[in-house]
Write a protein that binds this ligand. Structure first.
Ligand SMILES: NC(=O)c1ccc[n+]([C@@H]2O[C@H](COP(=O)([O-])OP(=O)(O)OC[C@H]3O[C@@H](n4cnc5c(N)ncnc54)[C@H](O)[C@@H]3O)[C@@H](O)[C@H]2O)c1
Length: 260
């Protein structure tokens, strides 16, 4: 049990990658604060954890609602105890050719994916510093933070490069407080986000969603789509003591689809 006795909070924990990470943290012995924009999804994952004999709670948390975040964090700490790990995972995407991108596309992607990480990390870092026990912050970035060659995703690419840059800057500033900050860059992961993107990309390229998914597999040397559990396994490593001397790193988990 690599996370026995640790308290881990996660955003966007109700579905997809966030859900898999929440379950994996709990399976390693962590007490998990599952948060999501959709409280019913968060509650469902917390119930999965408690149903399996683990300890978890759920909270509604919109990462763009900067004013609400301190109150949610206080409630989590009051219920589960001081945090050891915080995982900024919530993210959204839309798809459009660059020339057709709207201000709404830009703002929504930047607000959730980039500013959401800033909003939560600042509150969490203040809490970790006050508790004086160090800690770990993990950010879900993307392969779209490693290469801009991601069709119809210019705004999403910008938001995810921001996450990797912010990860490094926070890692440097928070290191004296024994807080590490790392990001994970998944590839083509089977989630509801991918379901939407395969549909949109198909419409934009005159392909079916299945044909788009085949292209994702062809672009992946390991020859299959990525699962949320592939990402969760690496998240557990970044949450555990095994990664204590890593900070400011962006870890690629993409089956070889992008190699730096
Ligand atoms: N699916 C992929 O292929 C892929 C690849 C690379 C990176 N990512 C990133 O992984 C993360 C999770 O993606 P996913 O594929 O599991 O997506 P998903 O859409 O399946 O799940 C996202 C979750 O985030 C929640 N959410 C959305 N907006 C929120 C907000 N403002 N505040 C709090 N929660 C919010 C949703 O309710 C949902 O539960 C995202 O940051 C995404 O950008 C996904």
């Amino acid at each position: 049990m690599r996370l026995q006795g640790k308290v881990v909070g996660i955003t966007g924990g109700g579905l997809g990658i966030g859900r898999a990470c929440a379950l994996a943290y709990a399976a390693e012995g962590a007490v998990v604060a599952v948060t999501d924009l959709d409280p019913a999804l968060a509650a469902g994952v917390a119930e999965e954890i408690t149903g399996a004999g683990g300890r978890a709670g759920s909270w509604a948390l919109d990462v763009t609602d900067r004013a609400a975040i301190p109150g949610v964090l206080d409630a989590i700490v009051a219920d589960l105890g001081p945090l050891d790990v915080w995982h900024n995972n919530a993210g959204v995407s839309t798809m459009r050719p660059f020339l057709d991108l709207t201000e709404v596309d830009w703002d929504v992607n930047m607000d959730v994916n980039a500013k959401g990480v800033f909003n939560c990390s600042q509150v969490v870092a203040r809490h970790l510093i006050a508790a004086g026990r160090g800690g770990k912050i993990i950010n879900t970035a993307s392969m779209a933070a490693r290469t801009g060659k991601a069709p119809f995703l210019a705004h999403y690419v910008a938001s995810k490069y921001a996450v990797v840059g912010l990860t490094q800057a926070m890692a440097a500033e928070l290191a004296p407080h024994r807080i590490t900050v790392n990001s994970i860059c998944p590839g083509f992961v089977v989630t509801s986000m991918q379901e939407r993107e395969a549909q949109w990309e198909g419409e934009l390229r005159g392909l079916t969603a299945d044909e788009v998914r085949r292209l994702y597999v062809e672009a992946t040397p390991l020859g299959r789509l990525e699962t949320p559990e592939d990402v969760a396994a690496v998240a557990v490593f970044l949450a555990s003591a095994a990664s204590d001397f890593m900070t400011g790193v962006a870890v690629d988990v993409n089956g070889g689809a992008w190699m730096g």
